[in-house]
Design a protein. Structure first.
Length: 360
């Protein structure tokens, strides 16, 4: 019988898409190793339409999706997983699912950025730079640090090539995650276009699948100037983020997965945090020498955006140091490391199953 992993995760406009996207990266890699993967989505934060959009994204990559509105017992009975992999934000409880898996002898992995919800897990993985201390729980295995950050495998190829930092900045990338719940994208775009550098730069804007106002992302200057419109490109639900980052000279990002992606490619960034965890991540990266943290979204003004842009654009040495530091902090291989941990747990489950059969 084929080995199977059940991934329980969450995504949408309010939560963002980072959890879903990194789980998809893992699922695609596990599938290459002939391990079956199914998804189970938790709702309660967004509309049915948004949940459907998230579900369709997962289905489009060839994975089955069900919802946690079903009883967890029923889900386990029907899915019969070897490993349960839970990836929730730190404020969403996962104990009900972990406890049930433990009773059934199913290996349970908690992917936990804040180390607050891994009490019942066999394995706890903290894929961030923010918290690296050993958790208080007695987990069998514990992994922590940026080397376990899961980003798409396409970033590994980009990360392996040394980025050339140009003195003359030409290409700017704006990517505020899969949903941009605080609507920073348009503010950043228009703030850049009021600088006197606007006629010298090209801007790529990435809009994720859970972004509410796709049709309204526009620049005021582009509407008045056809030449500007030809140089501002809006990309929706991109498949080639690694390529866009490789082409860019600078970027504006939020403090989620996109920040780690940028670091892995050595892309100098200005960061605007959209929640408290992103704020912690952005500050930690800046402390270690990567990224310029502009502030929490509600405190960031248009003038702050344009001034910080001009400062970093004109600071070639800082951009060069930032690029080298980012590549050291995140090497882009975390998805492979986490996949190996999952496969180890699959093998352990199969061995337990074999021993039980032999004992009877």
């Amino acid at each position: 019988m084929q080995s199977k992993v059940l991934i329980i995760t969450i995504g949408g406009h309010e939560i963002g898409m980072g959890h879903v996207m990194r789980c998809l990266s893992l699922a695609n890699l596990l599938r290459k190793d002939k391990i079956g993967v199914s998804f189970c989505l938790k709702n309660g934060y967004d509309s049915e339409e948004c949940l459907s959009t998230v579900s369709n994204k997962i289905k489009s990559e060839g994975f089955n999706v069900r919802y946690l509105e079903d009883k967890i017992d029923k889900i386990f009975d029907e899915e019969m997983p070897d490993v349960l992999f839970i990836d929730f934000p730190h404020h969403v409880s996962r104990s009900e699912y972990g406890d049930n898996a433990k009773k059934r002898g199913i290996a349970n992995i908690a992917f936990d950025d804040m180390l607050l919800n891994g009490e019942t897990a066999d394995v706890v993985i903290n894929p961030s730079l923010v918290i690296t201390k050993q958790p208080r729980v007695n987990s069998q295995s514990f992994y922590t640090g940026g080397e376990y950050t899961v980003i798409n495998g396409s970033f590994r190829d980009i990360s392996s090539h040394l980025r050339s930092i140009r003195k003359d900045v030409k290409n700017i990338l704006i990517t505020m995650g899969g949903s941009d719940p605080t609507m920073q994208t348009e503010k950043i775009l228009n703030s850049l276009l009021i600088t006197h550098y606007s006629e010298l730069i090209n801007i790529d804007v990435v809009i994720g699948i859970a972004y509410k106002e796709k049709s309204e992302v526009r620049s005021q200057k582009s509407e008045a100037c056809p030449e500007r419109s030809r140089r501002d490109r809006i990309h929706k639900d991109v498949k080639n983020m690694a390529e866009l980052m490789a082409k860019a000279d600078m970027a504006f990002v939020a403090g989620g997965i996109t920040l780690y992606e940028a670091a892995s490619t050595g892309l100098p960034v200005i960061v605007i945090a959209q929640d408290k965890y992103q704020e912690m991540a952005a500050k930690e990266f800046q402390k270690r020498g990567f990224g310029k943290y502009l502030g929490f979204f509600s405190d960031v003004t248009n003038d702050m955006v344009s001034e910080s842009f001009k400062e970093l654009l004109n600071d070639y040495d800082r951009r060069k140091k930032m690029s080298n530091t980012g590549r050291r902090l995140v090497d882009g291989k975390g998805v492979y490391r986490v996949a190996e941990i999952i496969k180890m747990q699959v093998a352990r489950y199969k061995m337990q199953e074999k021993n039980l059969r032999l004992a009877t």
